[in-house]
Design a protein around this ligand. Structure first.
Ligand code: DLL
Length: 435
């Protein structure tokens, strides 16, 4: 069995990785300064010139980029090359009018697929494996990213996309899938459905799962591992930086190795922007070292975690990140879809309701639920139940269109949602994903 997809880099001595990063950043900053006016203006405003960046130690001199910059520059403002050189876009799952649209050259796609191939091999994959890709295909990076990596490894790839659980199970059993790739909540659901159908964990040929795109706990990992009879590996990534495979777990299952030859990582204090020493908890910031089409420098992910350079017994020398421990903004991830409370508020206001609402998120049988309680104005209140039900259905459908997932809406009596004296508590998340 192969242990690494690209051993020469995955196990390279630290000095060699640093040398690669230092060379790449100098080139990349020049590339961005020359081709991305939006970022050039930010650098000029900060008084930083490309020649000030002589290596990764100088990255801290560069300005940050945030999701707000991406919205402002939408769609082409951060493009680093002629659109003619681009072969693909992918986009975030959240929809707030302006989604994040990321562009890729063929070289960028190749690099990204190398990263997901490293993750698949780290989970024990090789050309003898049957890799069932049950992440969504389409604009979401999950399906396309893992699919490409699976091809590179030489697995037989089952491009299932997400959903249609009956068919997932049929293909999984008939075609002897050995690696399952999907969100952890979907893996749990597939596990339950298999059990309901009377299958035991040993009835399937699965040996590993590569699960990510949303937070999940160690308890959930153990549940999934038991129900499917597999070893479950975590994988992390975000559209802005490429997609899945920015970081991946090895057999140690003790943090995810960041593909440092392509992505330089920092952890900062989310309030002050100060770079924190290794081992501190803070916001992850990534600099893409060699992407051509969408070359983001110092992108603030909003994901909170801790980095560690402690030696890993798997032999990989890449730095490790913990599972994200939360976010420094109000984004919720529900069944793998990014949802902002502001989107729900927009629908309510558009449909003529008051902004008195509360969102309750929970996880029932390993699947996320979202309930929206909406207060009626006195003049909207009526004793006729069927009228309320029709209104609830209409709101549910408008929210489904806006969010891409369907919440359950409950209309409640005027003045029944508690008013707050400070910041309104819009979201109650009962999922208890983190201690
Ligand atoms: O979720 C990319 C992906 C696809 C990763 C498939 C892994 C597997 P976005 O839709 O842009 O991209 O969402 C990115 O999802 O900033 C995190 O908050 C969260 N996230 C991604 N992976 C994990 C993970 C994809 N393993 C956002 N654990 C990120 C916890 C994760 N959160």
């Amino acid at each position: 069995m192969r242990k690494y997809f690209q051993p020469e880099i995955e196990t390279a001595p630290r000095e060699e990785i640093l040398k690669i990063q230092n060379e790449k950043i100098v080139k990349q900053v020049r590339h961005v300064y020359e081709n991305v006016k939006y970022y050039r203006d930010l650098m000029d405003a900060k008084g930083v010139k490309p020649e000030d960046i002589k290596g990764v130690d100088d990255i801290k001199k560069l300005p940050f980029l945030s999701k707000a910059d991406l919205r402002e520059a939408y769609p082409y403002g951060l493009l680093g090359t002629d659109i003619k050189n681009c072969v693909r876009i992918q986009s975030t799952s959240g929809t707030t009018g302006k989604r994040v649209v990321a562009f890729y050259t063929q070289g960028d796609v190749d690099m990204w697929e190398d990263c997901t191939a490293r993750a698949i091999v780290a989970a024990g994959g090789d050309e003898g494996d049957v890799c069932q890709v049950a992440y969504g295909y389409g604009l979401f990076t999950g399906g396309a990213g893992i699919h490409g990596g699976s091809h590179k490894v030489g697995c037989l790839t089952l491009p299932m996309s997400s959903g249609n659980t009956e068919r997932q199970i049929q293909f999984m059993m008939d075609l002897n899938a050995t690696i399952l790739c999907c969100t952890p909540s979907y893996a749990a659901y597939i596990g339950e459905t298999l059990a309901e159908k009377g299958y035991k964990p040993e009835d399937n040929k699965l040996k590993a799962g590569i699960f990510g795109a949303e937070p999940w706990t160690e308890e959930m990992r153990r549940d999934i591992e038991k129900n499917l009879g597999i070893k479950a590996y975590d994988i992390y990534g975000l559209t802005e930086i490429s997609g899945p495979g920015v970081a991946f777990e090895c057999e140690e299952q003790h943090g995810m190795h960041i593909n440092e030859d392509h992505f330089y990582v920092e952890v900062i204090d989310p309030d002050t922007g100060e770079v924190l020493p290794e081992g501190s908890k803070g916001e992850l910031v990534f600099t893409s070292l060699d992407k051509e089409a969408f070359p983001l420098l110092r992108y603030r992910t909003r994901d909170i975690c801790v980095l560690s350079r402690e030696k890993c017994s798997c032999g990989r020398t890449f730095i490790r990140m913990t599972k994200p421990m939360g976010r420094s903004d109000d984004m919720m991830i529900i069944r793998g879809v990014n949802v902002f409370p502001s989107q729900i508020e927009t629908v309510l206001l558009n449909e003529g309701y008051s902004p008195n609402y509360q969102i309750v998120v929970d996880r029932v049988n390993n699947s996320d639920t979202i309930d929206v309680f909406v207060e009626l104005a006195p003049e909207q209140f009526s004793d006729i139940v069927s009228r309320h039900q029709a209104r609830e259905k209409k709101l549910e459908s408008a929210m489904r269109t806006m969010l891409g997932i369907g919440p359950k809406v409950h209309l409640v009596a005027p003045k029944s949602i508690a008013r707050s004296e400070g910041k309104a508590v819009r979201v109650i998340d009962n999922r208890k994903l983190h201690d």
